[in-house]
Write a protein that binds this ligand. Structure first.
Ligand code: RB5
Length: 144
């Protein structure tokens, strides 16, 4: 899990930069799909850019950030090859991987501190899918 694509709207730009510092000093290769300044922008446009990247690089993991995480959650889960999970504590970060095989972590920059969001992300990135049959069956149903 070393290739990461990251995106945020204007509300998430500071958290994005904070997380990029952590990721780059921990050997992750990062692709940033924007936004690149604090000017107001629309989260569906960033989610679309991130989805385009994952469609071409299906083994990459995604991180999306907006104020609540809700807009990005709605936007990114419109793409059939994405399983995006809003992380709001360490337990959900772990279960999003173990049970849901989430490939995009979504964070709410205005809901938690940078340090709290980083802890959620670290848990997400260090947890593997459980590979249990019951979870595999449920994920397959999402693709039908
Ligand atoms: C931007 O003000 C805010 O609405 C956005 O970041 C996000 O929270 C939407 O869901």
């Amino acid at each position: 899990m070393k290739n990461i694509v990251i995106g945020s709207d204007h509300a998430g730009i500071e958290l994005k930069s904070f997380l990029k510092d952590y990721l780059s000093s921990n050997d992750y290769k990062i692709t940033d799909v924007g936004t690149f300044d604090s000017k107001s922008c629309d989260y569906p446009d960033i989610a679309k850019s991130l989805a385009n990247h994952i469609e071409k690089n299906p083994n990459d993991f995604g991180i999306l950030i907006c104020g609540t995480g809700i807009g990005m959650s709605i936007a990114i889960n419109r793409y059939s090859f994405i399983r995006g999970a809003l992380l709001y504590n360490k337990e959900t970060a772990k279960l999003a991987r173990e049970h849901n095989k989430a490939n995009v972590a979504i964070l709410g920059a205005r809901m938690f501190s940078n340090d709290e969001n980083l802890e959620f992300l670290k848990t997400f990135l260090s947890t593997d899918f459980s590979n249990e049959e019951r979870h595999k069956k449920r994920i397959e149903k999402l693709c039908k």
